[in-house]
Design a binder for this molecule. Structure first.
Ligand code: ADP
Ligand code: ZN
Length: 785
């Protein structure tokens, strides 16, 4: 690939207008001498700022031959000097209302080959309108940073761990002196097969640049400058490692009647050239993935490409292997990729070298050339929603992209979101049901343990669950335990004054982590030492309560000392690859008990698991969010699906204080539709989704009064011009009032249809927040906290 850079441009034989000696280039001033030069093309340019406008520039004669849609260009912009933007239109004539003398020239073209095509331009323009962000912000989401900065093709600054530090780190002598973030950063560097930039390390270690700076200041790491080319580094943990036998392609199993029926329904769409949305509603283990694979085979066979979206957490080696076994040219896009790797994948996809793109959220923007199918597995997963600008939902973007590219799209789930379910009910999506498991395996029997009857419960396990575990293990089965709360104790409270010890920066109870002997905030990751006395009333003894995975692990080790157990949560799975190691140990039978957070609930397929225990089904049930019941139902139903997948029947025990709650009772009966019959009507009157469209405005800032006042005033303004049918919830403090020292207030605006909301919010930019207050506009919000 070649990049047109300034130097090449200057060497080209095309004359370029020179500014007169002693004068600034004309774009710094109002009048433009270059306008006297006739000809050129007029291009619409979107700059990557929050500025929501298409600006018109002129491509001078020397650039006319090379300017194309989707290229990035450098253009003069007011006092900002020269900025980068995307070329979104090319015309022979300027807009009528714009006098030619006002039109400035494009300075240079950055990309020889456009980064995005016309259809992507259209998709991003739709995103900007729908999600109420600027077109430039949407474009930035589509083109990864590694592609924008052409990662890997030029000199870059990379981080290296000093050999002495590396040695000390391996000996674990160093680790005691480091914070968790610092450890994660060094670990990311030690584990990578290729050079990493600061931003690569920050992403992998989930830390800020400050952590890197400290490590540099302490002399543990240093920087080197290297020139890399795209081809030079080829390391990808999803590719089969050397030595690992590439599994021989297995012939696909003969289809079950339900799978065959699903394919029969899909085939005309797969062979056609029209938009066709489908929902595959199939219980866990019904063979949905097999249907995706077969559908993709058909798509690839006719020379088209497929994009498969899965939640990041399901992007396990097990899943990836399943695709690699069936297809030769697969690209896996996950969040651990470095800029260089991402850039390389992007190039091979754009050059038509890839048939199947498998990835998390942002893979929906893969630059395929002849897209033939999009699959969204576990479409109900909330991680498909991006929580930073542009706040898009990858499932919904997938449907839009399929519509723009005239392809089928398959949304699959055992527990579809109510939005998708309703779209199917209304006939917008064709529904394919797969109600039974392959090979006639029964759904596991689920029993609910009413914790109100467990008078002597001291730990996480009721008597019934404990005995069931002994029995399963004695029968040589394996056990999965779900507890969706990490840490040792979930709160620390003063028995005298009743105050809970909170994070210093957030309005959140801190969690006690015993291994590290620290209180950690699960909202901002800040750590604080365990206080010797109550921070409020100085009482000398604090009470530690609530059970997290770390404490459950201890309980399990005491109760089952002769059975290997392993904990899987984001504390133990910090090292990239540890997921794989743990799952392999579980698969081989070496580990008998796997316990963990929702990480273990998704997509795992182990035939020998005969018992699944849900230690506390109520964790998310009472959160102030209208989707609390839906999420609880989904999690319990998904984890219940992790057993009985082999020849041995499975048993599921669910511990709850609210066994009658429809979310729990229906999950226990594997009755999705029963849950929907209960849940949907509760959403109708309050115009909650899927009945209402919701836009959530969140204002935040350090000055509580200022944030509150701004949102109050904004609400008044909006109310004054609200069309009929629009309803307001709030403004009110968010359930977590303070996060990272910032106070947050929110307002929900709901309406049965989207158009009035959009019309009302069109001139939101006219009411910008005051200094030091931020406003986030969240369309179709997923999080309400
Ligand atoms: P889902 O995605 O619905 O949970 P999978 O496609 O993962 O279901 O299938 C569940 C299990 O059944 C997997 O181990 C898979 O290999 C196996 N399987 C799928 N289809 C068939 C089939 N037609 N015959 C035999 N086994 C199958
Ligand atoms: Zn915090």
């Amino acid at each position: 690939m070649s990049v047109v850079n300034r130097d090449q441009d200057q060497e080209s034989d095309q004359p370029r207008p020179q500014p007169r000696p002693g004068r600034q280039p004309s774009w710094f001033e109002g009048e433009d001498e270059a306008q006297t030069e006739r000809g050129g093309l007029f291009v619409g340019v979107v700059v990557d700022r929050a500025l929501d406008a298409v600006l018109t520039y002129r491509a001078p004669q020397r650039l006319v031959a090379s300017i194309q849609l989707g290229q990035r260009v450098r253009v003069p912009l007011g006092r900002n000097g020269v900025v980068t933007g995307y070329c979104v239109s090319v015309d022979l004539l300027p807009p009528e209302d714009l006098p030619p003398s006002k039109i400035k020239d494009v300075v240079e073209i950055l990309d020889a080959v456009p980064l995005i095509d016309a259809r992507m331009l259209e998709l991003t323009r739709w995103m900007a309108g729908y999600y109420m962000c600027s077109w430039g912000q949407a474009l930035d989401a589509v083109v990864p940073a590694g592609v924008r900065n052409q990662a890997g093709t030029r000199v870059g600054t990379f981080l290296v761990v000093r050999p002495e530090a590396r040695q000390a780190f391996d000996d674990e002598t160093l680790q005691k002196t480091l914070t968790a973030k610092q450890t994660a950063a060094i670990e990311a560097l030690c584990r990578s097969d290729e050079l990493l930039t600061v931003s690569d390390v920050c992403r992998r270690a989930k830390c800020g640049a400050g952590v890197i700076k400290t490590l540099r200041d302490d002399g543990l790491i240093h920087t080197v400058k290297r020139r890399l080319s795209l081809a030079a580094s080829r390391s990808d943990d999803s590719e089969p490692a050397a030595g690992e036998p590439t599994a021989a392609p297995k012939p696909p199993p003969a289809m079950t009647p339900e799978q065959a029926a699903a394919m029969a329904a899909l085939t005309p769409a797969l062979d056609g050239d029209a938009f066709a949305p489908f929902v595959i509603f199939g219980v866990t283990g019904s063979g949905k993935t097999e249907v995706y694979l077969t559908a993709i085979e058909r798509t690839v066979a006719r020379g088209r490409e497929a994009i498969v979206l899965v939640p990041e957490i399901s992007l396990t080696p097990q899943t990836i292997r399943r695709f690699r076994r069936r297809f030769r040219r697969v690209a896996v896009l996950h969040s651990h990729l470095s800029d260089v790797e991402r850039h390389r994948h992007w190039q091979s996809i754009a050059q038509g070298e890839i048939d199947v793109v498998v990835g998390a959220r942002s893979a929906i923007f893969a630059p395929t050339r002849r897209l033939g199918l999009i699959v969204v597995d576990e479409e109900h997963e909330s991680t498909f929603k991006q929580e930073t600008v542009p706040r898009y939902h990858a499932r919904d973007v997938a449907v839009k992209r399929a519509q723009l590219e005239n392809t089928p799209v398959l949304l699959g789930s055992a527990t579809p979101s109510l939005e998708t379910w309703r779209n199917a009910e209304l006939g917008r999506y064709a529904r394919i049901s797969m109600p039974s498991r392959v090979e006639g395996r029964p759904m596991p029997a689920v029993e609910i343990i009413d914790l109100r009857n467990e008078k002597h419960l001291t730990g996480g396990l009721s008597e019934t669950l404990r005995l069931a575990m002994h029995q399963a293990l004695d029968d040589d089965g394996q056990v999965i335990l779900l507890l969706n709360r990490r840490g040792y104790n979930t709160f620390v409270i003063c028995p005298k004054c009743g105050q809970v010890v909170k994070c210093r920066h957030c309005d959140v109870a801190a969690t006690y982590h015993k291994n590290r002997h620290m209180l950690i905030c699960h909202t901002c990751d800040a750590e604080r030492a365990c206080p010797p006395a109550c921070p409020s009333c100085q009482a000398p003894v604090l009470h530690y309560g609530g059970i997290g995975t770390e404490r459950l692990e201890r309980e399990i080790r005491m109760e089952f000392p002769f059975h290997e157990s392993r904990r899987m949560d984001s504390d133990t799975m910090r090292r990239h690859g540890s997921h794989e190691v743990t799952l392999a140990a579980f698969k081989s039978g070496e580990v008998k008990i796997l316990l963990g957070t929702q990480m273990i609930a998704k997509g795992l397929d182990f035939p020998n698991v005969t018992l699944v225990g849900v230690v506390d089904a109520d964790v998310a049930l009472h959160l102030p969010d209208f989707r609390a019941a839906e999420r609880t139902f989904q999690l319990v139903a998904q984890v219940a699906g992790r057993t009985g997948r082999g020849n041995r029947p499975g048993r599921v025990l669910v511990q709850s204080f609210c066994p009658e709650h429809p979310a729990i009772a229906n999950a226990a009966r594997h009755d999705y539709e029963g849950f929907v019959r209960y849940e949907l009507p509760t959403r109708e009157a309050p115009l909650a989704s899927p009945y209402g469209r919701i836009v959530r405005l969140v204002a935040r800032g350090r000055d509580e009064a200022r944030v509150e006042k701004y949102l109050d005033e904004l609400t008044k303004t909006l109310r004054a011009k609200a069309p009929p049918g629009v309803r307001f919830w709030g403004p009110s403090p968010t359930p977590i009032l303070k996060i990272r020292e910032e106070f947050r207030f929110h307002l929900q605006i709901r309406c049965a249809s989207a158009a009035p909301l959009r019309a009302m919010l069109r001139d939101l930019p006219l009411h910008p927040p005051p200094n030091k207050v931020d406003l986030a506009v969240d369309v179709d919000p997923i999080s309400m906290l």
